[in-house]
Structures are given as structure tokens and as C-alpha cells.
Design a protein around this ligand. Structure first.
Ligand SMILES: [Zn+2]
Length: 317
């Protein structure tokens, strides 16, 4: 299957569509949560898996569309919609944080990308890099994944973690469809069918989570890094983050969070893999609870979110 480089008319039409800010069901609530002024620490050894020679060849000869995104779950959305026609890369590798700096090899791959699915949610990585990315690759169409999502205000910025709510993921998948269909109109019906099938899965996941998280003993949960504000908003929960301005909590904060945990019947602090958990462990010890790992950046999105829902429901019941 030969990918035809897009006609600008369709790209322009798409831009108009996105600017029209279509409103989608769900993911439109509004609430304020913990500040997200800080940046998570991330794993300093996180590494990007570069495109292999075969993939580079397919991108260069136009038989595959190279779609870049900022975080790993987006690559799942892109592959679900694009199927065999796309190769997806995440610019923030698994385990890296919001202030990750892309490597020269990543920039080399990105220079061949046809499309960038920008989170568009105030992600610091994008604030730091998108302008340079666009200037480096003038052939790359940039599409805003969060068009149609009401962003959560966080301090002076917005909370970037839109993907952790399946309701938001549905909107992101729809935007991914629009990006691919505009770029490769000849295959639009293929992308539509793929998107519809995946959205069905996400809707089923959403229904499951809604049911599972409806009747709980407490609606408050404690996390180290505040990656779950959209999830919390869309399932009527409250995220309490113990990370303070992107840093480990100070001793006085640890005392405060121990009290908050006790007051709210909290038994667990959720942390993410590869992030320092010293402060979280100290707090958990203080209220006699435990630290439990959940991953906001896993690739197998539906399975992972189902798991997260089960863990939260169990701990909050
Ligand atoms: Zn984060």
C-alpha cells in the first residue's frame, strides 16, 4: 500500500475542523486538583528505542507513515487507528519525565516524521521542544490531541496528563483518526473502521470503571506524582498528590500527608515505576500503609487501565 503524501486542502480542512473545537461526550468536566507546577523526576537511564533500518526504509519510500507523539500510550492509540500503515514513536521514552531532553538519534528519526500528535495539554516536554521540532521538520503536520478536552487548570499552567482518563483517550483517538485521515485521505475509511473498533473497547472500559468505582468507602486516593487528575475528575474521585512542586516532600510535608491519609481512611500511596519513592515510603510507614506501583505510561492502555481501576477499587472499598 502506497501512502500518498497529503493534499494541503485536506490538512487545511482538518485544521478548520479542529479549530471548531467539536465537543465530545465525557471528559468535559471542570475541577481543580493538586498543583502540577513541578516535574517528575523520571528515570535518568530511560532510553529511546530507535527506528530500525527496515522502518526507516519504509518511511523514506512512503510505504509507512511515521507518526510521532510525546508519551507511550499515544503510540498505542496511533497504532490502533493506523494499523499496518503507520509506525509510531514516543519522544518521551518509557520511564522518562516531563523535562526529558530528546537525544540526537531521536531528532534524526523525528526529522522523517509525517505527523506529530501533540498532547497540547501544557506538557512541559512540548513547551520546551515543539517549536524546535516543527522548525526542524517542515513537512510534519502537527495535530492537537486534546482538541475537545476540557483541560484541568494546575497552578499557572494546565495538567498535561490527559491520557490517564479513558474518556479523554476516546477524544484523543478521534483526533488521531482526523490527523491520519487528513494526511492519507485514500485510506480514511480504513482508519475510521479501526478508530471505531478501538473506541468501542475504550467505551467498554469506561463503563466498567464507572461501575467499579461508583460505590467506594472513600473517594480520595493518594499518589506520589499527580498523573491521575483527569482519571479522578472523570470517575468522581479526588487525587491527593504528595509530590511538592516536582520534588520529594519535606519532613513537614510528610507529617502533613500522614495526617491527611489517616483522616481520609487511606491505606496506600500509589507510585509510578522508576520514580524515587523515599518520601512516599516515609509517609506510608507513618500511617501504617503501603506503597503500590501503578503505571500511567504503559503501552497496553486498555489492560493497564483496567488493572488500575481494579487496584483503586480494591484499595478504596
Ligand atoms: Zn507526569
Amino acid at each position: 500500500m502506497k501512502f500518498q503524501k497529503s493534499s494541503f486542502i485536506f490538512v487545511a480542512a482538518l485544521a478548520v475542523l479542529l479549530i471548531a473545537a467539536v465537543s465530545f461526550s465525557g471528559c468535559l468536566g471542570d475541577s481543580s486538583h493538586d498543583d502540577h507546577d513541578g516535574h517528575d523526576h523520571g528515570d535518568p537511564n530511560a532510553s529511546y528505542d530507535p527506528l530500525d533500518n527496515e522502518s526507516v526504509g519504509q518511511v523514506v519510500n512512503g510505504s509507512k507513515i511515521l507518526v510521532a507523539a510525546s508519551v507511550v500510550p499515544q503510540t498505542e492509540f496511533i497504532e490502533k487507528v493506523g494499523g499496518d500503515n503507520v509506525i509510531a514513536i514516543s519522544m518521551i521514552p518509557p520511564g522518562a519525565g516531563h523535562t526529558y531532553d530528546p537525544s540526537p538519534r531521536q531528532l534524526e528519526d523525528l526529522s522523517k516524521a509525517d505527523l506529530y500528535m501533540q498532547l497540547g495539554s501544557g506538557e512541559p516536554f512540548e513547551t520546551n521542544n515543539m517549536k524546535a521540532f516543527a522548525e526542524m521538520n517542515l513537512n510534519m503536520t502537527v495535530i492537537n490531541s486534546s482538541a475537545g478536552i476540557t483541560l484541568i487548570q494546575s497552578g499557572s499552567s494546565t495538567d498535561p496528563h490527559i491520557w490517564t482518563s479513558p474518556k479523554c483517550a476516546i477524544v484523543m483517538v478521534e483526533n488521531t483518526y482526523k490527523g491520519l485521515a487528513a494526511l492519507d485521505f485514500a485510506n480514511a475509511s480504513y482508519y475510521r473502521a479501526n478508530a471505531d473498533a478501538y473506541i468501542k473497547e475504550l467505551e467498554a472500559l469506561d463503563a466498567e470503571l464507572t461501575a467499579e468505582l461508583s460505590d467506594l468507602k472513600t473517594r480520595n486516593f493518594m499518589v506520589y506524582h499527580p498523573a491521575w487528575a483527569y482519571f479522578a475528575r472523570d470517575y468522581n474521585l479526588t487525587e491527593i498528590s504528595v509530590e511538592v512542586d516536582g520534588k520529594e516532600p519535606a519532613p513537614k510535608d510528610i507529617v502533613k500527608f500522614i495526617d491527611i491519609a489517616k483522616e481520609n481512611n487511606i491505606s496506600v500511596i500509589f507510585v509510578q515505576e522508576q520514580v524515587s519513592i523515599t518520601g512516599a515510603t516515609a509517609i506510608a510507614e507513618g500511617f501504617g500503609g503501603e506503597v503500590f506501583v501503578i503505571d500511567p505510561l504503559a503501552k497496553n492502555y486498555v489492560e493497564n487501565m483496567r488493572y488500575v481501576g481494579q487496584v483503586l477499587a480494591e484499595e478504596m472499598s
